[in-house]
Design a protein around this ligand. Structure first.
Ligand code: HEC
Length: 250
């Protein structure tokens, strides 16, 4: 009897993480094509982040000179990220707008984005930046299916265009769909190219946010290979030594 009770407790404990996931499974998340080795993508993401997000959000744990790790030169960082005159490469990324004015304007202060990829996940960010839609009931004029009633206005509407939410009723099921109503500047050749271009831009941005949440990850990976290589060489040497030492004993 006791053993069975224990078994039940074990089964229950094992299903707790699954239940926690299930409670969050409300929104469908698209897979973010993260590639931390793609420095060109990381650089594009960094430039977009500086020009479009730093107006409201800070990244207080991120220093500009960290961008040297993704192959940017000091000159590029200063020019492409439009570094303010008085800030140094060693300064952290600070929002242009101060938190109090932002709170007044949006009702909530924009959170620091340094480690947002770790708290929200890359897939969440990639989806969130692509699911804003026009909603005239909101003071900002925007809403988001991934983050309902979000306080952030959609600052990339000029790139993606404007989406609207269509609700269809199919056999008693409500199906919500986002439809692009007016095209943004990313539309080079028709509707499908439009989404592809914007998706690629958001992939770059997400890639950068993931990099920013753990900038030394790739350095750690490289170090891992070096350590493994060293251990392998050591193994060969130690094996040769063992052979040498035991040669005369047998
Ligand atoms: C005009 C100001 C403004 C700009 C520019 C802006 N945001 Fe925001 N953002 C906000 C506000 C305000 C919130 C808080 C929304 C809330 O909690 O309802 C927010 C929330 C977010 C969140 C959700 C954070 C969380 O987990 O609660 C993410 C992610 C985000 N912004 C990313 C970005 C990115 C990426 C950019 C650049 C492309 C950007 N934002 C540009 C104002 C802004």
């Amino acid at each position: 009897m006791k053993a069975i009770n224990k078994l039940w407790i074990l089964v229950l404990l094992l299903t707790v993480p699954a239940m926690a996931f299930a409670s969050e499974a409300g929104v469908h998340l698209d897979k973010a094509p993260v590639d931390l080795k793609n420095t060109a993508s990381l650089q594009r993401g960094a430039i977009l982040f500086a020009s479009r997000c730093l107006a409201c959000h800070s990244a207080s744990y991120m220093r500009y000179n960290r961008l040297l790790d993704i192959g940017m030169t000091e000159g590029q960082i200063k020019k492409d990220l439009e570094l303010p005159e008085d800030s140094k490469l060693s300064s952290t990324m600070q929002a242009v707008m101060d938190a109090n004015s932002a709170k007044l304007a949006f009702g909530i202060a924009p959170p620091d984005l340094s480690v947002i990829a770790r708290s929200r996940s890359a897939d969440w960010l990639y989806t969130y930046m692509r699911t804003f839609y026009v909603d005239n009931n909101r003071s900002s004029g925007w809403n988001n299916t991934t983050f309902p009633d979000v306080g952030m206005p959609f600052v990339l509407a000029d790139l993606q265009g404007k989406q609207v939410l269509r609700v269809e009723n199919k056999k008693g099921h409500e199906i919500k769909k986002l439809v692009l109503e007016s095209l943004g500047s990313m539309c080079t050749a028709g509707y499908s190219m439009c989404t592809a271009g914007y998706d690629a831009t958001i992939a770059d941005l997400t890639n950068y946010l993931v990099f920013m949440s753990d900038p030394s990850k790739m350095v750690r990976y490289d170090l891992g290979y070096i350590v493994l290589g060293f251990l392998f060489v050591l193994l060969v040497l130690v094996y040769a030594l063992k052979k040498e030492v035991w040669k005369d004993i047998r």
